[in-house]
Design a protein. Structure first.
Length: 279
């Protein structure tokens, strides 16, 4: 006997939609999309080729999802932001390609008209991760289980964030930064840095991450210069603005310049400032 509860049909000609799923007729599903049982896809949703939507997931709002993403059961994407300032604006969620969203991930749309919550490519968001309104995630990022990201947070490429922690609103996490599990993240974490603790403190350079990403094999990458720049910025007696001026005058390669540029923005009035280093 045919089991219709597990049968996939082609109500969308080039996609497979389970009979118990609901896909609004105005949604756009590209080639090879799979919508599993109990999933709901709203009218303003666009889902790219090869993306898989797991059981009981909800994709709604003005949400555009790229190609070859894996969305596991009970993921919620594009719902209203948890922001008391939200007044019903038609905002967006934009997601790139080759991302994995594990069980019970939630991704909220932005707050005000014309704004977006953005997630790039090749990211892994583990179970129970929350991405708040107006966040911007780059590429190749790992967020471990139960990472709670408040609104307006920016996470740069290849950052790794340990589990069971919260990231304060407006915080920026730099390129190749690594944050240990259960760290209190209430300040910016600069590129290439390792952070840990409660309250969070910078512990030094993320040397293992730097090596694993092949930077030490790049002839244009100078680890000694990056380390000496980090020491000047975080271990000297100079205030950070003076240390930045000294580092820039001393000459920088591209990686040390990336660190200094991040810090120049971090100490501006609009930002929360960099996380202090451990004594």
């Amino acid at each position: 006997m045919e089991n219709k509860n597990t049968e996939l049909n082609s109500s969308f000609s080039v996609s497979k939609v389970h009979p118990s799923a609901y896909v609004d007729p105005n949604a756009e599903l590209r080639n090879g999309v799979i919508i599993s049982q109990g999933a709901i896809v709203g009218p303003e949703v666009v889902i790219g080729e090869g993306t898989q939507i797991g059981p009981n997931a909800v994709i709604t709002g003005r949400t555009k999802i790229g190609n070859n993403n894996k969305i596991f059961p009970n993921v919620f994407i594009g719902l209203d932001p948890q922001d008391l300032k939200y007044k019903g604006a038609s905002t967006e969620v934009i997601i790139g390609d080759n991302n994995t969203f594990r069980e019970c991930v939630t991704i909220n749309k932005a707050t005000d008209e014309g704004e977006k919550t953005i997630i790039g490519n090749n990211n892994l968001l583990m179970a129970y991760t929350h991405i708040g309104h107006n966040c911007e995630l780059g590429n190749g990022i790992i967020l471990s289980n139960s990472v709670q990201v408040a609104g307006h947070v920016k996470v740069e490429d290849k950052a790794i964030i340990g589990g069971c922690l919260g990231i304060h609103q407006f915080v920026h996490i730099g390129y190749l930064a690594m944050i240990g599990g259960m760290t209190r993240v209430d300040r910016d974490v600069p590129p290439f840095c390792l952070a840990e603790g409660h309250p969070g403190r910078l512990r030094g350079l993320n040397r293992i991450g730097i090596k694993r990403n092949g930077l030490t094999e790049n002839k244009d990458f100078d680890l000694k210069l990056l380390q000496s720049t980090w020491n000047l910025l975080f271990k000297s007696d100079h205030v950070i603005s003076d240390a930045l001026d000294m580092a820039i005058k001393g000459g920088l390669d591209s990686s040390s310049a990336k660190l200094c540029d991040f810090l120049k923005e971090s100490i501006s009035k609009e930002r929360r400032g960099p996380m202090p280093s451990i004594n």
